[in-house]
Design a protein around this ligand. Structure first.
Ligand SMILES: *Cc1c(COP(=O)(O)O)cnc(C)c1O
Ligand code: SF4
Length: 373
């Protein structure tokens, strides 16, 4: 992490940047001071999210980029582009309405039996499509346990919530001791049966998954690890070794893939990714239609593309290799499987879904607004 690439100069030592990337980097650079609240105490979230997360790439993940290929799928995930400053119809700063669904600081509850705990704003790589770009990369880092006390008390008072999803940011960026303190505090609540950790570390910093970490995680079972591989090229010797260590320790590992334009929006790529994951004993869990995060329109597919790609995977791949295609409905209406049971209507550029709660929710395709590409 200390050797991570954070500046344009460092990046230029390895890559010949395109004009769109240079301009993209100029824009995120202005956000170096991210995390500073305005004098009146309010954070200007729109302005902050629109300048985007600062550049952050591990030397390892950077080494996966093909420097000869400006359209490299690894590059597209981590190098900012000028299009990040553009806004398309449906874009939101907080697409899943997480701020509105907080039941205690850092605790988001949208489903009856599980809740999401956001424990750190730090990641190993700033993924340009991140749903939590409003928060990721800010200075806070690991949230102190004292700040999480109200969340723990809320969970204790709500025993119907049996599962806690530990996410951020990336919970595995930080010391093993720090994470253990957190897991111990969650176990101490007594009413939580299952812990789920969401992490991209096996993809972007796989050497972090060392024996000491895995030995510690084993003590907090049942504990599930959710990884986030988006492209078969991310399955390297090092990342496969990390997955192997987790599986050998008896920790179930599942993967969520975000469907991204120009990264993995081909059935060949997805098939290779899902087969590769199954080979490493990882179950592809969800294929997520990308969330409508402000400044990510250039990385999102239309609903039509998502459906067509998914149809081509059915029957062609083993049942254990095919994840469910999901959309997380805007405004915090929850996740639904994309399919005939949940789609109410489709018109060019927009799809209306029926949420689990029975509301009709519109998902827009990332079409340019006012002629901005
Ligand atoms: C995605 C999510 C979950 C987990 O949903 P699953 O369908 O069980 O994977 C839980 N809480 C929140 C707030 C979420 O966004
Ligand atoms: S690792 Fe996850 S939380 Fe962090 S920037 Fe990437 S997508 Fe966002």
């Amino acid at each position: 992490m200390r050797s991570a690439i954070r500046t344009r100069a460092e990046l230029e030592r390895v890559l010949q940047l395109t004009e769109a990337e240079c301009e993209g980097l100029r824009q995120v650079r202005r956000s170096d001071q991210r995390g500073d609240d305005r004098p009146d105490g309010r954070t200007d979230m729109v302005a902050e999210a629109r300048v985007g997360m600062p550049l952050l790439v591990t030397p390892y993940y950077l080494s996966l980029i093909d420097p000869e290929d400006p359209t490299c799928p690894i590059r597209r995930q981590c190098v900012p582009q000028v299009a990040e400053s553009h806004c398309v119809r449906g874009d939101l700063v907080d697409p899943l309405g997480e701020v509105a669904h907080e039941v205690a600081p850092q605790l988001v509850r949208r489903y009856p039996d599980r809740a999401l705990l956001l424990v750190t704003s730090t990641c190993a790589v700033h993924c340009r499509f991140c749903t939590r770009s409003r928060w990721v990369g800010k200075k806070e880092g690991y949230v102190p346990l004292t700040t999480l006390e109200p969340a723990f008390r809320w969970l204790q008072a709500h025993p119907e919530v049996r599962e806690v999803l530990v996410s951020g940011g990336d919970p595995l960026v930080g010391s093993t001791g720090r994470l253990e303190g957190l897991l111990r505090a969650i176990k101490r609540i007594g009413t939580v049966d299952v812990i789920r950790i969401g992490t991209r570390v096996p993809v972007v910093l796989p050497m972090r998954v060392d024996d000491a970490l895995v030995r510690m995680l084993r003590c907090y079972q049942p504990l599930w690890v959710m990884t986030h591989f988006n492209h078969p090229r991310e399955l390297t010797d090092l990342s496969r070794a990390a997955l192997c260590r987790l599986a050998d320790a008896g920790i179930p590992v599942m993967n969520q893939t975000v469907l991204l334009r120009g990264v993995n929006d081909s059935d060949e790529t997805l098939a290779a990714l899902f087969r590769g994951l199954v080979r490493e004993r990882v179950r592809p869990y969800y294929l997520l239609h990308a969330d409508a995060v402000v400044g990510t329109g250039h990385l999102r597919t239309s609903m039509e593309t998502s459906l067509a790609l998914y149809a081509r995977l059915q029957g062609r791949l083993s049942g254990i290799a095919v994840p469910r295609l999901m959309v997380d409905l805007p405004g915090g209406m929850g996740k639904v499987a994309v399919g005939p049971e949940t789609i109410v209507s489709r018109k060019p550029g927009r799809t209306v879904f029926r949420s689990v709660g029975g509301e009709n929710v519109t998902v827009f395709d990332p079409e340019p607004l006012m002629g901005i590409a």
